[in-house]
Design a binder for this molecule. Structure first.
Ligand SMILES: [Zn+2]
Length: 281
């Protein structure tokens, strides 16, 4: 299966290296790392970043992206970064995207869903329930934006567990998808947050979504994270104990199974650059 790494959104938070660990100036640079997988069941998109409608009218009521989050993350909205435009540039038709697998429904992962009206959207049931139920409080109101997904026509929601994957609970046999693509529940950032594991034929790739945010939170025994991303993760978590436990498990996996599994997260720009160049360890 051929995998393309797409950056479908850029955030430039004030704080620079305090967020991304490398920027020289006042602002940092975070990505929205999505996967486009060529399968014999058509194209499969893992997460969607920001979409055309986010670019066109982010704040028109009902807001797709709140002004609070826009300002906090200094979100750049660029049509050329949307998944649909990148897929077109790769020479595919948007209609070739038959399935979208979501790590979770936060605004920076769900924005492109409605650009693919023919796609079936797969996610954990707990995530769908949290995002479509009552949203009380600053974080729930700002993270889930129903206007980004109220026109999705075909959802597939999962709660059952299949045979474990490297010791993690796993949802196997996603409907209509090849068996090489699994959901790996990693709750804590949100209630129904999950990683997406892909058997590439030459090892596994785990897109860990927002289970961690910074490249040095994995691939080494001791966690290192910038203060900005540490603070953001704390602000957005729904269950601290579960989040930290799942992050620790991903870290251990990345160290102990380094030869078999490559891990990446949604927002680290260095991981994205390495993955796109084929040099991610
Ligand atoms: Zn995110």
């Amino acid at each position: 299966m051929r995998i393309h790494h797409l950056n479908c959104g850029t955030d430039c938070p004030f704080g620079g290296a305090l967020f991304d660990g490398r920027s020289k100036g006042l602002t940092g640079r975070l990505v929205c790392h999505c996967l486009l997988i060529e399968t014999n069941a058509g194209l499969v998109l893992v997460d969607t970043g920001y979409g055309l409608r986010d670019v066109d009218h982010p704040h028109r009521p009902p807001e797709r992206i709140t002004k609070a989050m826009r300002a906090m993350l200094n979100i750049k909205l660029r049509e050329e970064e949307t998944a649909i435009r990148q897929i077109e540039r790769l020479g595919f038709s948007p209609a070739d995207v038959r399935h979208i697998v979501l790590t979770h429904l936060d605004f920076d992962h769900a924005g492109g869903l409605e650009d693919f009206p023919g796609a079936t959207v797969h996610l954990m049931d707990a995530e769908f329930t949290a995002a479509t139920g009552p949203r009380n409080g600053f974080v729930p109101r700002n993270r889930y934006r129903p206007s980004q997904f109220d026109e999705v026509s075909t959802w597939r929601r999962y709660s059952g567990q299949g045979e474990a994957w490297f010791g993690f609970p796993a949802v196997r046999g996603l409907e209509g998808l090849p068996p090489e693509i699994l959901l790996v529940p990693l709750p804590g950032h949100t209630w129904g947050h999950a990683g997406v594991a892909v058997d590439t034929g030459s090892g596994w790739l785990l897109h860990a979504g927002d289970a961690y945010f910074y490249r040095k939170e994995v691939r080494q025994a001791k966690r290192e994270c910038t203060p900005g991303l540490r603070g953001y993760q704390t602000m957005m978590e729904v269950d601290r104990a579960q989040r930290l436990a799942n992050q620790e498990r991903v870290r251990r996996l990345s160290v102990e199974k380094a030869g078999e599994v490559k891990v990446l997260c949604a927002h680290d720009p260095v991981e994205f650059e390495r993955a796109a160049a084929g040099t991610l360890l």
